[in-house]
Design a protein around this ligand. Sequence first.
Ligand code: GAP
Length: 510
Amino acid sequence: MDFKQIISHCKEYGFVYQSSEIYDGLSAVYDYGPNGVELKNNIKQFWWKSMVQMHDNIVGIDSGIFMHPKIWKASGHVDAFNDPLIDNKDSKKRYRADQLIEGYCDKIEAKIKKDVEKAAKKFDDFDEAMFRSTNGRIIERQAKIDAVLGRMNKALADENMEELKQIIIDCEIADPDSGSKNWTDVRQFNLMFNTQLGNISGEAGKLYLRPETAQGIFVNFLNVSKTSRQKIPFGIAQIGKAFRNEIVARQFIFRMREFEQMEMQFFVRPGEEMKWYEHWKEKRLAWHKAIGSPESKLRFHKHENLAHYANAAADIEFEFPFGFKELEGIHSRTDFDLKSHQELSGKKLQYFDPELNENYVPYVVETSIGCDRMFLAVISNSLLEEEVPDSSGKSSTRTVLKLNPALAPIKCAVLPLLKNHEGLVNASKDVVNKLKLNVNVQYDEKDAIGRRYRRQDAVGTPLCVTVDHQTLEDNTVTLRDRDSLEQIRIAINEVNKVVTEKTDMNSLLN
Ligand code: GAP
């Protein structure tokens, strides 16, 4: 499905709505509807179970969104959490300079892709790697991309705003909206939102809305290590809201101003961070595969330009409908954060290692994933249109959300064959009441049974139980499987077990 169809499906079926829609919306903020909140909670639960509860050496916390303003000074966010901003003087539109340049390269990449697809159609034994490395036009285009991105990365690393503008001029990049090339200079823009404490005026009372959850973990390192009796290596995890004043908010819930992160900081001995960095890269990739993301849609992207705190970093990229983009970051953050907090707070943030018999500031390997981006990855990977036989045996198109059953918002729908039949309705409600204790279940009596099945397919319900006249005679129901469309008859007292087994999250964790 294309991206527009995914967005409208999310709205129509109660997954995601634009925030403040009746007031024409608030850009880059979204609300989750009844099905969306269930799916999002399931993603969070899977992350929490696999990262925290399945590890003896990882514990969770839930820190405040507001923190002491000095935290953001120590972390480097006050001085360095900037994006390069550029305005178009004619359209008055504002852009991120690096995104304009990347967009220019994406267009060249799209041309390469087209050439590759064309050639692939011509030859049966097509070798893409060979074609890319020998076709003159592709080599030239790829060289152009590499040169432009190389220049951009250097300019970003050097914080050279003049050079960024020069690249935009040299590449003749125009405003995507108006086509104008009348640009302002590029300047740095800090992404943190701020607000004011009620009882302290001026700079001293300035508070920031956290742009990452990680700092809540660093400043609780001492508390947690003392109270949890964990020994290094150990991790602290948290799920929570983060806020960034993104200059360009595009691509639905991919880039939001208010979003949720699921982060884990893993504290290790200095010198052992690379081993753990590789360990967590592999572990996190396996997590994505377990949830059902195909290998072909996942890849690592190694950072060439490292953030000021990192000595190694990679993204797990996912192939969204608009191309491969960052879904999760794995960063080796050295001892930068703990050391900075130690210096600014004056409190020792050290660990006594009983095996080495020495004190040190631990190094940190972080895994950081956006919950909303994961939601988008899951939805865009699962939403399909497919041809299936209808009740008369003819082929018809259905929209189906082939979610992993453990993530599905509704695990089972219970459908009486007729809505005005007291016996069928009562028997259905009995099934619902029993299932409710274990899983999220929905009772639905409106419309013909075929339409009800399709409604459940569209929100990803893996199983439907239909209560019919035979149920009243022999206490059996039909159980319909979303993916195989197979319908089997089972005893009512089996339903709970079958639904729970099929939708249990444990199947993903083993
Ligand atoms: N603590 C490290 C950190 O915050 P990051 O790469 O800036 O690293 C981590 O962010 C993840 O948070 C990203 O991989 C992405 O999934 C998510 N994320 C970042 N900015 C976002 C935004 N504006 N909207 C939605 N998700 C975002």
